[in-house]
Design a protein around this ligand. Sequence first.
Ligand code: PLP
Length: 429
Amino acid sequence: MNEADFNVEEMMVATMDAVKDTDPEIYELIKQEERRQRDKIRLIASENYVSAAVLQATGSVLTNKYSEGYPGRRYYEGQQVIDQVEALAVERAMELFGAEHVNVQPYSGSPANLAVYLAFLSPGDVILGMALPHGGHLTHGAPVSISGKYFRAQSYTLNRETGLIDYQQILEKARQYRPKIIIAGHSAYPRIIDFEQFRRIADEVGALFMVDMAHFAGLVAGGAHPSPLPWADVVTTTTHKSLRGPRGAIIMCRREYAAAIDKAVFPGLQGGPHNNTTAAMAVAFKEAATPEFADYARQIVNNSRALAEVLAKRDFQLITGGSDNHLLLIDLTNKEITGKTAAKALDRAGIVVNYNAVPFDTRKPGNPSGIRVGTAALTSRGFKEREMFQVGEWINAVVAEPENERLIEEIAADVASFCRDFPPPGIDC
Ligand SMILES: *Cc1c(COP(=O)(O)O)cnc(C)c1O
């Protein structure tokens, strides 16, 4: 090939040829993971399939640029392009969520939450969030997390009978502990959150109200879950879960907190933003603003309800009795199998879930009583209610006979051939 034939555009299409040449070992592993994602039923509630466009932006030359600071206020030169990329991402996020201010630089959900604490708290200040074993996130004050070590973290639990958020308990704890920040948001709660009630509680005790919508941001973007933006002072979210963008996070806040948040992210917590990720976020926000994405969000919830229906029929105990969002939390105690044993057997059958504590779990976190499943990824590959019924029957069959390896092998083969009719976005192998 001579120089004149050299087509830059072709080169930039994200083929893996260069990886294959340079590093066959990693190439082979990427291909294996691609096949795993293609051939398995992925029910991990935090995962998804990004579009080819998001994938390509993530793998672009924007990864080569350093740009500490913010558009128009950088510490390095050469920001003619990057400033526009970040400004676009910010503008689209503001539009998508109706936010007054957005910071798109957090490397991921955990640092985004830390940045909020850095902006408003001093070490030893009190925060109040959902307890980890009840569905809260590590960064909401779990004892093993920096959020539990540097701050005096108090936590609220779910109602023992209903599995629902107990707003009266939150109010009482808020009165007792006078937190500076009250956090709503979760990684394993299958219902909609009443943000207005949280707002009232925060106002009563003079706390800041923060929502971490990492899990359900895609539903909010698509109009399938109420938005916390009208109620919260600060909203954080990852961009890679139901929102279907690259791995990263954003912080949204009221105008009055904009300077404090920006200063906390940079220079408070981070150095240079990952510009390739910022670009991929911009692409994802554009995708999330379409009518197709609203359909997608609605279908996620419909799929979750369909899965709940079939599992309930098979006598699975669903925490709260069902789902209003993208996830189900299932207590397997009555099935006489632990979460871990079930998750391992399901994985061998090509159905990927995670074991999960259920509220007031009497078992240890390393082998708890439940599993968590989510429908965001399957919905991205076109699964609808009918397919969810089939998935539910497979789950039931595996959980009933987790040691029947012949059955499990059969199901794994059926799963792989079933999946072939639903090619996931971003994967063409
Ligand atoms: C996933 C998640 C996070 C953390 O995201 P990472 O990107 O894994 O750091 C934070 N909060 C909640 C509620 C989450 O579910």
